[in-house]
Design a protein around this ligand. Structure first.
Ligand SMILES: [Zn+2]
Ligand SMILES: [Zn+2]
Length: 305
């Protein structure tokens, strides 16, 4: 009988191609818990820390919340809260929110829900329609990502969080790195790798950045997390999906390459300077190099402000 490479007793349930290791159920769960704990480190997992977690109801955000709850539960004066953004995507988002809310109730995590409508006066569906009316051929994910990020930041800021935790996994980060490389967008690449230090920005952390998507999913299934697996109705339009396919092909032929893309990027980004946004947006007061921030730029293009 084949046995787990770690405990040498149990039957393996997962073969990790890049390391050649076989894991049984228990050893796999332990491995993920240990790896994510190490990613965060003692500087983050400590007393007097409040973390806002962006929760979509998908497997990544809920696995992140499951792990953070376990790490912070025994630590005095520390706190985790769930931050949920309702983008206003007919049907899809409500189902995700319901699952995220059920999760928070089950694990006794305080949660807050803010909507695109409350913050900018429009749902994402309405923004997409508006873009069509104006013949703006931009990807809905671009609008959505920029606005969602802003809302999550302000939700975390309002509640005095020390960190904003985002459930991006290894695949997500590798895709973002490659997209910026391909576009030659060095500024975005630096922002991806370095935290902007500004009183109006809550420092972002990505606890799952070294865990491949397939392992996040396996972990969710093994520990019995119920998650929203329906893809966003706008996601098929995304350029990111094409990059994802290319990276999956690369990983299949050369196991470990997603990890080396992210690790190499993190080494590189240390040498790149972070330009400080000294001026502020004349519409909303947020920091911005050009005098108009990304959110207001979108709203202006759509004639919303
Ligand atoms: Zn084992
Ligand atoms: Zn602005």
């Amino acid at each position: 009988m084949e046995v787990c490479s770690i405990c040498k007793e149990e039957e393996p349930i997962y073969y990790q191609r890049h390391s050649g290791l076989k894991f049984c159920r228990e050893c796999f769960i332990k491995y993920i818990k240990k790896k994510v704990r190490k990613t965060l480190g003692k500087k983050i997992i400590k007393q007097n820390v409040k973390i806002g977690m962006g929760l979509s109801g998908g497997k990544d955000s809920l696995v992140m919340a499951y792990l953070l709850r376990e790490y912070y539960d025994p630590i005095p004066n520390s706190e985790i809260i769930g931050l949920i953004v309702d983008e206003g995507i007919e049907g899809f988002r409500k189902r995700g929110i319901k699952i995220a809310v059920e999760f928070c109730k089950k694990y006794d995590i305080p949660y807050y829900i803010d909507t695109f409508e409350d913050h900018i006066g429009y749902t994402l569906d309405r923004i997409v329609e508006r873009a069509k009316e104006k013949n703006i051929t931009a990807n809905p994910c671009t609008f959505c990502g920029i606005i969602r990020r802003r809302i999550l930041n302000s939700m975390a800021l309002e509640r005095s969080c020390n960190y904003l935790a985002i459930g991006h996994n290894l695949d997500d980060v590798a895709q973002a790195v490659m997209m910026n490389y391909i576009e030659g967008d060095i500024k975005k690449l630096v922002i991806l790798g370095k935290s902007i230090e500004h009183p109006k920005f809550v420092r972002r952390i990505k606890p799952l950045k070294y865990i491949p998507e397939i392992e996040v999913k396996l972990f969710a299934d093994l520990v019995g997390i119920k998650y929203h697996s329906e893809p966003c109705p706008y996601s098929s339009l995304s350029y990111r999906n094409e990059i994802s396919e290319i990276l999956n092909l690369l990983e299949k032929k050369h196991p470990g390459k997603k990890y080396s893309i992210v690790a190499g990027f993190e080494r590189l980004v240390k040498y790149l300077p972070l330009e400080k946004d000294k001026s502020i947006c004349k519409y909303c007061g947020n920091p911005s190099a050009s005098g108009i921030c990304k959110v207001c730029e979108i709203l202006r293009r759509l004639d919303i402000i």
